[in-house]
Each structure stands twice: as structure tokens, then as C-alpha cells.
Write a protein that binds this ligand. Structure first.
Ligand SMILES: [Fe+2]
Length: 243
């Protein structure tokens, strides 16, 4: 499996606080069958997570890669970022201050719990017309989406991709979020399922449960597509197969 959304860089957002915990998260990911994982620290100035691209951030990423190796892990770590949508994001991207997925045109984009539908559409259209492919992080968790779930279809039509979170599909955020996750899965609106891991004890990087759930209630082909094939294409910067 390939996990495209994980907070595994220590000490810079609400993910692990220490390098030791970060390595334990990587170990748990690897033990559950994850071979590649993307480090997606928050870029969210509203929460004071100012994780712009920098030599410092790159050094931390390199240090985590070294620590993983020296602790006997073979999981590969790729660079990414969970970018909180704002009017400033297009300019920050063109100034190379934010980190797309592994230097492809794919971007992990997060919204707040309450946003205006029109503003979301505007910002996503701006990103798409600049050549980016926004991957919307966990739309099933936003209250404004629960109100009007069909807006997700408009995002797909606009050229975006959808990432659901493991805990949502397993029902750990409640029945409503699980129901809407299943609705999106049944409509085949979903391109990726990821851990959105934050630690070793809860919101973990373990992904076998997601694979088992998707295989049991959908099919092993669908599980493989969402947990391996599409993530692999994303890392290579290739278009996803549709239909
Ligand atoms: Fe996240």
C-alpha cells in the first residue's frame, strides 16, 4: 500500500512530537503493509502551522528518512504537504513556497469545517487553471459538505480528486461520516483512502484495516485501486484511470 496523507514529521504540527514517535509510526505503517508513505505536514497559518518549504523543513524530512533506515525500516518516505486553502495559496505555489506531492502537479488541499461553496469552487478552479490537480483531503469530515454532499461531484467535474480518511470509512468519526463515506465510495467519487495519521495511539498509520474493509464491502480490486494503484500514479505525476 501507499499512504498519501500522514503527519509524520515530528514537532511541526499536531503529529508526533518526537523523532522516536515518528519512527514508531513508520514502523506501524510498514508492519501493516504500507511500502510508501507521504509526509504531509499541515500548512495552516490559521493554526499557526507556518510550514513553508524551507531548507529547515527539508532537513527534517531528510533526518526522518535517515532515522527510518537506521532503525531497520524499508518504507520509503515522500515529500508532500496538507495545504489549507486560502486566497494566498495560488501565489504561494507560484513562488514555490508550498510543497506539492513529490514535485508533481498533485496537491493535498484541506478546507475548514465551514466554507462557502462558491469560494471553494473559485479557489479550486484557480488551482486547476494553473495546472494543478487538487486532491481534496477528507471531504466527508467537513460540516459544509455534510449539508450538501453533491458539491463533491462539482469538484470532481472541475478536475479535482477525492481522498477519504481511514477512520471515516471504519466509522470512528461516527455513523453519519461513515454513511457519507460509503455513499462517495459507492458512487466511485473517491480516488484515494489514506491514514491521515497523527500518532501511534490514535489516528494511527495502520492501513490493513482499511484494505480489509474495502475488500470485504466492495472488492479487492477497488481496495487495490484506492490504496495502491492511484497513489502510485499520483507519485509518478500520471493521470488516474477513470471509470
Ligand atoms: Fe491531515
Amino acid at each position: 500500500m501507499i499512504d498519501i496523507h500522514a503527519h509524520i514529521l515530528p514537532g511541526i504540527d499536531d503529529g508526533p512530537t518526537t523523532m522516536r514517535e515518528a519512527v514508531e509510526m513508520l514502523r506501524a505503517a510498514e508492519q501493516s503493509g504500507v511500502r510508501k508513505i507521504v509526509a504531509t505536514p499541515h500548512f495552516n497559518p490559521m493554526y499557526r502551522w507556518f510550514n513553508y518549504r524551507s531548507d529547515q523543513l527539508d532537513a527534517l524530512y531528510q533526518e526522518l528518512c535517515r532515522e527510518a533506515k537506521s532503525n531497520g525500516l524499508s518504507i520509503e518516505i515522500y515529500p508532500g504537504m496538507e495545504i489549507r486553502a486560502s486566497d494566498e495559496v495560488p501565489e504561494l505555489l507560484s513562488a514555490n513556497r508550498l510543497q506539492p506531492y513529490h514535485d508533481t502537479r498533485y496537491l493535498l488541499v484541506e478546507f475548514d469545517n465551514w466554507e462557502s461553496e462558491q469560494w471553494c469552487k473559485k479557489i479550486l478552479n484557480t488551482l486547476v487553471s494553473s495546472g494543478f490537480i487538487p486532491v481534496i483531503a477528507h471531504p466527508e469530515r467537513y460540516e459544509f459538505v455534510l449539508d450538501k454532499p453533491w458539491m463533491v461531484y462539482d469538484w470532481l467535474e472541475a478536475g479535482c480528486e477525492i481522498q477519504l480518511t481511514k477512520a471515516s470509512i471504519l466509522g470512528r468519526f461516527g455513523g453519519l461520516i461513515q454513511d457519507i463515506s460509503n455513499d462517495f465510495l459507492e458512487r466511485e467519487w473517491v480516488s484515494f483512502v489514506a491514514s491521515d495519521a497523527h500518532g501511534v495511539d490514535h489516528r494511527t498509520p495502520e492501513m490493513k484495516s482499511a484494505y480489509d474493509f474495502l475488500s470485504k464491502y466492495y472488492s479487492s480490486d477497488y481496495a487495490t485501486k484506492l490504496l495502491h494503484d492511484n497513489p502510485q500514479k499520483l507519485l509518478l505525476g500520471q493521470p488516474l484511470e477513470k471509470g
